[in-house]
Design a protein. Structure first.
Length: 484
């Protein structure tokens, strides 16, 4: 199996949320938030990862060996693979950052560093311009980028290379406000084997599956390029709109227009997008985001999967040196667990994060807040969901800690033939006796099993988001991977 035919970002990218406390749907009132600028990135050190399952895999990797490649992936050295199934013997596992978006990684001094930009509560306005949709970007010269994405950040496993590597996105309205113009620039020539997708969050609330939100796809249909526009309706479905969309593709440029009759004319929109495989399993290659209200990043174990899925497993990691987590009303979180590329697979996640500010009538200062969840189904409407967090119960909240010096170990354990999930944490200790049980949950009959690698992929994720002071977060969706 190729080393990273593994991770597919959620169809609704902004639904990739690991920390229930804030990573959900909430109403946005600007006066509740302090101004957030793009300061130094929020980052963590991952000191080690440990994975073990009943299929014969055991990996204990302390990042003291290996080298991160230009794509942020590290081949896990054989010395860190304690055991492997016979069918995977001699193969290579990887610690990698699929479809990385704006995250940054490095490997130095025996730690793997993961960082993401600070979330911002400011967003650009969409200008007006006279644009001709012809695949040439000359008439965009006076328009600044709505989003810029780091170059050369697609994984080495991506077969189309720079054709999936997003450079920047520009938006403009026509002078008569009848059209929304779109320019997407890639780092390489546009490929017919890539599906180019973007979401427009008109409500500026961190979600794209609310009435009126917009999805726009640029896809080769076998003979020509199509632009397909869809809007989310009140029945919680995407429905096609704007059959008069126009697209022109030339070299590294996708240029398009869509009618605004359905879309409307907001002066500002929150934008998310991705490049992805044009055929099943629709693996994601690169992501981009306007970083409005939240940002995210993650890395996962991948590659070398030839054995049956495991039914009992555990995954643990040490997280230290939480950097730049001082912004008031901004939650800085880390999630640990495993997630799937299939809608009906169950994902399991333990999460914790730092928060200073007011929430639900309480004031916090450097509070470390924990949670645990198991869930399936993309939209969380028809599948199974169980949550243990600050919004559902008296979850664990620790105070009096220093984010820069706190060493946090977290562990997910799945037992009972995939039926029982347990979450553990440990602070500033290497003693096995110091693991603390958060809680345990056993699935009801008929739900299925929480399978391990490589049905779901062990991962460490980070995310930050600006939080309302008096607003309850709605349920979040931790499935980090999906097909379309």
């Amino acid at each position: 199996m190729e080393k990273a035919v593994l991770i597919q970002i959620k169809k609704n990218i902004i639904k990739y949320k690991h920390l229930s406390f804030i990573f959900g749907i909430f109403l946005f009132f600007p006066f509740l938030f302090s101004s957030v600028a793009f300061g130094e990135d929020f980052g963590i050190d991952i000191d080690w990862i440990y994975y073990k399952d009943n299929s014969g895999r055991e990996i204990n990797y302390a990042f003291t060996q290996g080298q991160v490649d230009q794509y942020g992936s590290v081949a896990i050295p054989p010395s860190a693979v304690i055991s492997a199934p016979a069918s995977e013997a001699g193969g290579t596992y990887y610690w990698e950052q699929p479809a990385p978006g704006n995250q940054h990684v490095s490997l130095a001094g025996g730690v793997y560093q993961l960082a993401i930009p600070q979330a911002t509560d400011t967003i650009k306005s969409i200008p007006t311009a006279n644009i001709i949709v012809d695949g040439a970007e000359g008439d965009w010269s006076s328009i600044s980028s709505y989003i810029e994405d780091p170059l050369n950040d697609v994984g080495s496993w991506v077969p189309v290379g720079s054709s999936a590597d997003i450079h920047y996105l520009k938006l403009a309205y026509s002078p008569d406000n009848s059209k929304l113009y779109i320019l997407m620039k890639l780092n390489g020539d546009i490929s017919q084997d890539v599906w180019y997708r973007m979401f427009l969050d008109k409500n500026l609330n961190g979600d794209v599956d609310e009435p009126g939100d917009y999805q726009i796809d640029f896809q080769f249909n076998g003979s020509s390029w199509d632009v397909v526009s869809q809007s989310w309706n009140s029945e919680s479905n995407w429905y096609p709109v704007d059959e008069n969309g126009i697209v022109s593709v030339s070299g590294q440029v996708i240029e398009a227009s869509v009618n605004t009759s359905t879309f409307g004319l907001p002066a500002k929109v929150n934008v998310y997008g991705r490049t992805m495989q044009n055929i099943s399993p629709y693996s994601s290659y690169d992501r981009f985001s306007s970083n409005f209200m939240w940002t995210d990043g993650f890395c996962a174990i991948g590659g070398n999967c030839n054995a049956p899925y495991s039914t009992e497993w555990q995954f643990a990691a040490r997280i230290s040196d939480f950097r730049n987590v001082s912004q008031s009303q901004c939650y800085y979180g880390v999630g640990l667990g495993a997630s799937s590329s299939e809608n009906d697979d169950l994902s399991a996640e333990i999460y914790a994060g730092w928060f200073s500010g007011a929430y639900n009538g309480k004031n916090y200062q450097n509070a470390l807040i924990f949670g645990l969840e198991v869930e399936n189904d993309l939209d969380g409407t028809d599948g199974y969901q169980w949550e243990w967090n600050i919004d559902t119960c008296e979850a664990l909240v620790l105070t009096g800690l220093n984010p820069e010096t706190t060493v946090l170990d977290m562990k997910v354990v799945v037992s009972n033939n995939g039926q029982t999930l347990s979450g553990y944490y440990r602070l500033n200790s290497d003693d096995q006796a110091d693991w603390n049980l958060l809680t345990t949950h056993t699935l009801p009959p008929g739900i299925g099993s929480i399978y391990g690698y490589c049905d779901i992929f062990p991962n460490v994720a980070i995310e930050n988001e600006i939080v309302g002071q008096q607003l309850n977060a709605m349920p979040w969706i931790p499935l980090l991977l999906l097909d379309d």
